[in-house]
Structures are given as C-alpha cells and as structure tokens.
Write a new protein. Structure first.
Length: 418
C-alpha cells in the first residue's frame, strides 16, 4: 500500500459524499497527514440501509489525525454548497483541494428509467460536480497547490457503455467533461484530473447493485484512496489526466495489489467504461475460474429428454416456496431468443410460487431478455449474471431491486445443490 508522506499536512480538502465509501476512504488517507477535511454530504441521520453519517465520518477523520468539518449538503442545492464552502473558509482559512465524489447510479434502459431518476443522476453527477467546482474554484485560485479530482471515468464512446444505461453514462461522463474543460480553462492555475477504478470497489452501493457475494470480486476503497493521494500530492502542472487507480499506483512503485482485494486470489470484476471489450472481460473471468453464482444441475435433476430451458425451470421449481415468495414479491418474465427461443415466467408473488413456459398471469415486474444459450450458461454457472449484464448479453427492464433479489434466489439454488 502507498505510504503517507505528510505532503497534505495542513491542507483543506472539500470532499462531496464523504460520509461513506470511497469519499470517506480518501478523507481518512488525507487525515493521516494531518489534513483538514470538509465532509459535504446529505446523511446527517443514520440511513436504514447504508452505514455512516457525516458526523461519524468526522469522528473517524479526527481519530486518524485530521481536523473535520461536517456539513449537511445536497450538492443539487446552490445555497447549501455555498454555505458549506463559506464555513470551510471561515474554519480553515481556505480550500486547497476539491474531490467531487458524490454520485447517483441507476443501470436501467431509456424506457425503464423514470425522469425523476434521470434528473437525480444529472443533478448530482453532472450539475452537482459543475456547481461545486464553480463555487470552490475562487478559493482554490488562492491556494499554493490547488487540485480538483473528479471520481469519473475516461471518456470512452464505445456504444456498449451507452446502450444499457444511457442516462447513467451521460451523467457520469458529464463529470468527466468537467475535467476535460476545466483542466484547460485553469491550466497553470489548478490541477484538474479524473480518477476511476480498474475493478469494482466494495461499497454500500456495490453491495446493493451486485447483490450477495459480489464483495469477494471487489477491491477495497483503500486502493482509490491511495491513488487519489498520489494524484493530489503532484505539482499543479499535473493536470488534464483521466487516470485509473492501478496504473497510478504502479507508477508509484506499488506491486502487490492483493493487499487491496476483499478476498485475495479471487478473480476481480472489471469496472465500467474501460477500453477493454466487455466480451473479452467475460472470457477472462471464465478463464480465471470466476466463482459462478450457480452450480450446474445434476444429471438426475431432470429427465434426459427435457430441453435445456425446461431443465433449468425444473430446478427453479424445486427451490421456490412460500418463504421465497414472501421475501421476493416479484414476477419475472424471460424473453429468450436463439436456438431455444420462447417466453418463460417465474411468479414469486402468488401462493407458493410458480414457473414455466408462456406469459405470466400477472404483469411482470422485471423482464429479462437474452439469448437462450447465454441463459443456459448463466444458470449453469458459466456466465456471471453481473458480467452478462455489463457485456450487454442480458438486458433488464423494470425493477432493478427485484432483479437483484432474483440473483439471490440463484445463490439459493447453488446452495441447494451442494
């Protein structure tokens, strides 16, 4: 891991979304140098599903050796940002570094994304980043070593990163375009860079998106904190770069990246937006023995004459019951193409549940569209659902929370066959 150098001692960092996850990890890394941290986030009261508040994060910052200022901030609100910036200047005398970390995510297609969610992502990711930068820049211009660091990806126009979640990609790329523009606008005055993880990072958001078991395919937020520290301690002329955490740390001489793994030795889930083609990433995951979400059905599970899709649904029918229905409360439709094309359903809302061929009796909450061959591979443990979704092989329309619950059911199927 990257050692602290003391270079951020006395510097003031304004970090959005720093109550948890990557933002908090960056705060704690800087705090070890004795930095001042402004924790600008919404969570003042404990969230029912997410850990940490601005106040618990402030306590951790001070325990790590820094000074903290906790500010309740919705970065869509200009007045709240302005007030937090003024409080930071009043308390610490200025602002040296801005980390635009706050972000909202919804991996849904155009027709399945409500405008309220579109507005949220554009409001936080794009507008919030631009607005916070605009209000902090006058103070950065007075600093001796000013930096802006946006946690956003390289601008990659491969259509695969747009087709399944256009709104999210637009919002996230908005943060990156702020880097592209502001780095040139303030060249010679402020360093402006972007940082993005090479692999998935274990955060509360990833746990919610990826479901049970995703953590072991992730690295900890410490890798992003170390990479951010390396960037923020560079001279001001280090600007306009779209950086990836692993590459930054290799440049700093770090060689052992297993230290950052949640489960050392386990294959890692690649992150979005990077240049390598997703299909290639899927193949690499399989080649390196990525732990499947499901185990293949035993040969005795279904009659030899049953087709592969019917065989799969026989296994599904074997694990669903009233408890599964009660905990799920969703209806799923599978629209399969290819060699074994057809429509199948899984009703986990009524009675003890049911599954079979044809349209569901109730309106589907989630519609999953994919090739029948890939569907079979997914249920045989040869294709991870998350990778199928990331690569575009699986398209999901409807309630993503229920889609994640289905993956948990798949894990139950795997355990049933152990």
């Amino acid at each position: 891991m990257l050692q602290n150098t003391g270079k951020l001692a006395g510097c003031t960092l304004f970090i959005t979304g720093a109550s948890r996850g990557i933002g908090k990890a960056i705060a704690l890394k800087a705090a070890k140098d004795g930095a001042n941290i402004v924790i600008a986030a919404k969570t003042a009261e404990p969230h029912p599903k997410l850990p940490g508040t601005i106040y618990t994060a402030a306590q951790e910052v001070e325990a790590a050796g820094g000074k903290a200022l906790a500010c309740v901030v919705d970065i869509r609100d200009e007045q709240q940002i302005g007030d937090a910036v003024q409080k930071a200047v009043d308390k610490f005398g200025g602002i040296d570094i801005l980390v635009n970390n706050a972000s909202a995510i919804s991996l849904t297609g155009t027709l399945a994304t409500p405008m309220k969610r579109v507005d949220l992502m554009l409001g936080i990711n794009l507008r919030g980043t631009y607005l916070t930068s605009k209000l902090v820049i006058p103070h950065l211009l007075k600093s001796r070593s000013p930096h802006i660091l946006n946690l956003s990806p390289p601008l990659n126009l491969n259509p695969i990163w747009f087709k399944n979640h256009t709104a999210y990609t637009m919002a996230k790329y908005g943060m990156s375009m702020c880097v592209l523009g502001m780095a040139e606008e303030f060249r010679g005055q402020i360093a402006v860079n972007a940082l993005w993880p090479k692999t998935a990072i274990q955060t509360a958001a990833m746990d919610m998106l990826g479901g049970e078991g995703v953590a072991k395919q992730c690295r900890t937020a410490d890798i992003m904190a170390d990479a951010a520290y390396a960037v923020l301690t560079q001279p001001t002329d280090y600007t306009g770069h779209f950086l990836v955490d692993e590459d930054v740390l290799k440049g700093q001489g770090v060689q052992d990246f297993e230290l950052y793994a949640v489960q050392p030795g386990h294959p890692l889930l690649p992150d979005f937006f990077l240049d390598e083609a997703p299909e290639t990433l899927v193949q690499k995951m399989e080649e390196h023995g990525a732990t499947p979400a499901f185990k293949p059905a035993s040969s005795s599970a279904t009659p030899p004459s049953a087709g592969p899709i019917e065989s799969t649904f026989d296994v599904i029918r074997g694990v669903i019951n009233e408890d599964v229905v009660k905990s799920t409360q969703g209806v799923y439709k599978f629209d399969l193409s290819g060699e074994h094309a057809g429509v199948w359903f899984l009703d986990l809302r009524s009675g003890s549940g049911s599954a079979g061929q044809g349209e569901p009796a109730l309106k589907a909450d989630v519609i999953m569209t994919m090739d029948s061959g890939d569907f079979s591979k997914m249920f045989a443990g040869k294709l991870k659902p998350t990778m199928a979704f990331m690569s575009g092989k699986l398209r999901i329309k409807g309630d993503m929370t229920l889609a994640i619950k289905l993956e948990k059911l798949m894990n139950r199927m795997a355990k049933a066959k152990l």
